[in-house]
Design a binder for this molecule. Structure first.
Ligand code: FMN
Length: 180
């Protein structure tokens, strides 16, 4: 059997890419949101809906979900880049990332975003420690549709998001390489 190089393995693993979702959490009046591309359906039994998501331990959301056992997973529309930028690149430890993002408290008290395709309110049923992250397995306790429909047949992936942003890349000259 041929030995695969890391980049070949990565190309194979990319077939497992999940859609980009927004995860919200709340603890003691502090609300937060983050972006994840590691969420998957975690049940084959329609009567027991479950989802799982890997959250890095250095994320503020990790603390909130780990300590409360609650989170809300939002399926997004294909054009919610501003929300992805807002929630996915800075930490809520320093500022309230949901300020100005329309939302309301869900049945678990965790923020539910108004603008999404659908949301799943989850109560953590179990966790798996991966070392750098925790996989949160959540029982879905409430579901709702968002304000707008998702364009059919398209799933936004992290790679697609990166490709969109690549058009904005401007050449930067590293200071050490500048001519005197
Ligand atoms: C496209 C995309 C996918 C991401 N996927 C994950 C993920 O699956 N798990 C994770 O822990 N962080 C993921 N992140 C990073 C977090 O969203 C990011 O670290 C965020 O700032 C965490 O915010 P917090 O510290 O307020 O929780 C992703 C970010 C982007 C933009």
């Amino acid at each position: 059997m041929p030995i695969l190089q890391p980049d070949q393995i990565y190309q194979l693993l990319r077939n497992l890419t999940s859609p980009v979702v927004a995860i919200t959490s709340e603890r003691g009046g502090k609300r937060n949101g983050m972006i994840a591309d590691s969420a998957v359906r975690a049940s084959i039994v329609p009567a027991i809906p479950r989802v799982s998501v890997y959250v890095h331990k250095f994320n503020y959301s990790h603390d909130l979900i780990f300590e409360t056992g609650h989170y809300v997973l939002h399926l997004l529309r294909d054009d919610q880049f501003e929300l992805i930028h807002r929630l996915g690149f800075t930490s809520g430890r320093a500022r309230d990332k949901l300020a100005g993002v329309p939302h309301r408290p869900g049945t678990l008290g965790v923020p539910v975003l108004d603008d999404c395709y659908a949301h799943f309110e989850c109560r953590v049923a179990n966790v798996m420690d991966t070392g750098s992250s925790t996989c949160f397995l959540g029982d879905v306790v409430a579901v709702g549709h968002g304000a707008a429909d998702r364009p059919s047949g398209t799933v936004m992936t992290a790679a697609q998001f990166a490709a969109e942003r690549s058009h904005d890349i401007r050449p930067v000259v590293w200071t050490s390489l500048r001519q005197p």
